[in-house]
Design a protein around this ligand. Structure first.
Ligand code: DLL
Length: 434
């Protein structure tokens, strides 16, 4: 079986692990109670003080943290250290035009890098590998997280970034890339371009593909593995909690091990908030155990999964989460970028000056996702001269593009022409087959 990066933490007995989790949880609760007004106020509602957390089950006494809490505390209200201790800021899409801002101390970056090194090692990566990172370098956590993890392992990093598919392929061929890191949909796009160019994938040096950031399926795994000639594993993370490095598959490819020495996972019923027993599908809730700048207590990820505590033959004792294929909210992930319909709606209201009935259509042509917004012409839009109508469309396109980070096409249709069910338009049509 493959190497284990950190056997002390990855192969602990449940008793040892739970003891460690409790110590770290208590320290985290103390810290956020002292340093983050939001948590102090929230804990006061059910009348909880840090000393009341005496066992892991006491965690359930604490309230959940939601994306809305992060929105209200934008930009730095949830930080648990002064800004002078923060060495990095990243962000992720929020439900409105304002993103979610997250911060890291030096120590957080070290912890993050090690977590990523763990899932990369579990996937098969060693210091002999050449890792081509085809995530966007910037506010998105994907590229930097994987970059640091690969460096910790001692692999050679090729910080390629996104897009420029021809160049990606040239680099893959000439630099002899052995590991591809990207979203699964981009891997499929690369595969189809390689096929079109008449390149035999077996002439490439690829061995492993580490894919995450968006939902995918076993069908996609098979297609990527056969078309790129590599072994593909899934890895999971979200910016609010740390970025990539929360969980990753080992080569058994039977669920992603969650790094439980750094995160406590819970599964809840997304409607009632009730805790569900192991194995039941529900919304994943995560609590961080060793983050300094941006600790999260019972953060509702919105991701639907289930937990499997049965032993894994790789030797890790860490629980495994199943693939995330659904969300409990209306967030869409388009080309790896999180998009909320409310962001699109806000842009329409701002540019049109009022509500206009609309529908968001997401499609996948080949491996490429597309986003179209269909808007019914309101009397206000109708009364604009043709020239102004064009500039309205242009402005709206730019606005949606800048808020979501995604190129969009916009179509105006006649009033009342969008299909309605019981008078209501289905605002999101996600036609993708994953
Ligand atoms: O996507 C972090 C990441 C980057 C993870 C690269 C793995 C690789 P966000 O942009 O905040 O962070 O988006 C987080 O993406 O709540 C899930 O809905 C979704 N997601 C992430 N990984 C997976 C996965 C990064 N393996 C949101 N399968 C999460 C399904 C995933 N969905």
């Amino acid at each position: 079986m493959n190497n284990i990066w950190d056997p002390t933490h990855e192969c602990m007995s449940r008793d040892e692990l739970e003891q460690l989790q409790l110590e770290r949880l208590q320290a985290t609760i103390n810290r956020v109670h002292k340093n983050v007004t939001h948590y102090r106020k929230k804990f006061a509602e059910p009348g909880i003080l840090p000393d009341d957390i005496r066992s892991l089950t006491d965690l359930t006494k604490l309230p959940f943290t939601s994306k809305e809490d992060l929105r209200i505390n934008y930009p730095y209200g949830m930080f648990a250290v002064p800004l002078r201790e923060v060495v990095r800021i990243h962000s992720s899409s929020g439900t409105t035009s304002k993103p979610i801002v997250v911060g890291y101390t030096k120590n957080d970056i070290r912890i993050w890098s090690n977590l990523v090194a763990r899932f990369m090692t579990a996937a098969g990566v060693t210091h002999d590998d050449l890792v081509q990172i085809a995530f966007s370098y910037g506010l998105f956590t994907g590229a930097f997280g994987v970059h640091y993890g690969a460096e910790v392992i001692g692999a050679s990093v090729i910080p390629m970034g996104t897009g420029n598919t021809e160049k990606q392929i040239m680099i893959m061929q000439d630099y002899k890339t052995t590991v591809l890191v990207s979203t699964p949909s981009y891997a499929l796009q690369l595969a189809s371009r390689i096929r079109e160019a008449g390149i035999d994938p077996h002439t490439l040096s690829l061995k492993f593909g580490l894919f995450g950031g968006e939902p995918w399926s076993e069908r996609m795994r098979r297609e990527i593995e056969s078309s790129l000639g590599l072994s593909a594993t899934d890895n999971y993370g979200l910016s609010e909690v740390i970025g990539p490095g929360i969980a990753g598959e080992c080569q058994c490819k039977n669920g992603m091990h969650i790094y439980e020495d750094s995160f406590i996972p819970e599964i809840i019923d997304p409607q009632s908030g009730a805790l569900l027993p192991p194995g039941s599908p529900g919304e994943l809730v995560l609590t961080t155990l060793n983050k300094e700048a941006f600790p999260m207590i019972r953060y509702r990820t919105g991701d639907i999964t289930s937990l499997d505590y049965s032993p894994c033959s790789c030797g890790r004792t860490l629980v495994r989460m199943q693939r995330v294929v659904r969300r409990s909210d209306d967030m869409l992930i388009i080309r790896g970028i999180n998009v909320y319909p409310s962001q699109v709606e806000e842009a329409i209201v701002r540019v049109a000056g009022s509500d206009a009935p609309y529908q968001i259509v997401v499609e996948r042509q080949g491996a490429m996702d597309s986003l179209e917004v269909i808007i019914e012409v309101t009397s206000k839009i109708f009364s604009l001269e043709l020239q102004k109508q064009r500039s309205f469309l242009e402005t709206l396109k730019k606005r949606i593009g800048s808020v979501t980070g995604i190129g969009v096409s916009i179509k105006l249709v006649e009033a009342n022409s969008l299909p309605r069910t019981e008078g209501r338009i289905n605002k999101v049509m996600d036609k993708r087959q994953i």
